[in-house]
Design a protein around this ligand. Sequence first.
Ligand SMILES: CCCCCCCCCCCC(=O)SCCNC(=O)CCNC(=O)[C@H](O)C(C)(C)COP(=O)(O)OP(=O)(O)OC[C@H]1O[C@@H](n2cnc3c(N)ncnc32)[C@H](O)[C@@H]1OP(=O)(O)O
Length: 183
Amino acid sequence: MEAEVREPGDALAAPAGWRPLATHPVGAIIAHYAERSFVAGDPTGQGIRVRYAWRAMSPDEACVVTAAEPAALAARAWFGARAEGPPGHAHGGSMAAVLDEAMGLAVWLAHRAAVAAHLETDFRRPIPLGTTVTAETTVGPAEGTGKARATARLVGDDGTVFAEGSALFVLLGPRHTFAGGGA
Ligand SMILES: CCCCCCCCCCCC(=O)SCCNC(=O)CCNC(=O)[C@H](O)C(C)(C)COP(=O)(O)OP(=O)(O)OC[C@H]1O[C@@H](n2cnc3c(N)ncnc32)[C@H](O)[C@@H]1OP(=O)(O)O
């Protein structure tokens, strides 16, 4: 029998100072994608529930950004019974999926169309099912052109760092076959 897992209630709301992704002009397109994504596309399910948010960045934060109004991306993520890995705790793949998608969307929002070429994840603490965490992201320059480096971490409301991710993204150009590439 599945253990009872606490529902998130309104814990998935955007953190203080952040706004729902759909309220950003570029973010609205990405938010539409997220509605269909296997990571964030089941907002009432018992697997992972993810809600994205953005805030404006100050010029000194926006080290790689080409957008006129640079924006940072964060997510609130809840892990339900169907995200179980070790008994009572989140599956590492579900944590990596949240990190991967949050970093990917951060690159799309801050920079332009890209796909992950290399992804690393460090699992620091197990996430008890029913926990809501914040996925914090950064986007920075990568060595060489046509690439971006992103990081993300899953942080509990008490400051516990559950997982950290780092990824290399290759920016999509005309030679790539991904739909929507060439931005
Ligand atoms: C509407 C809103 C939607 C919004 C949609 C948002 C979706 C977000 C989803 C989350 C992100 C994902 O999971 S994306 C899905 C998972 N990723 C994928 O499926 C990608 C599969 N891989 C590929 O298609 C390819 O390998 C690419 C495109 C990544 C790279 O191929 P390529 O373009 O031919 O690039 P290539 O010349 O080989 O390499 C370019 C440069 O990157 C470096 N490079 C390439 N791969 C690697 C690597 N693994 N590790 C280190 N470095 C690498 C090379 O050394 C080179 O550096 P230099 O010599 O130039 O210095």
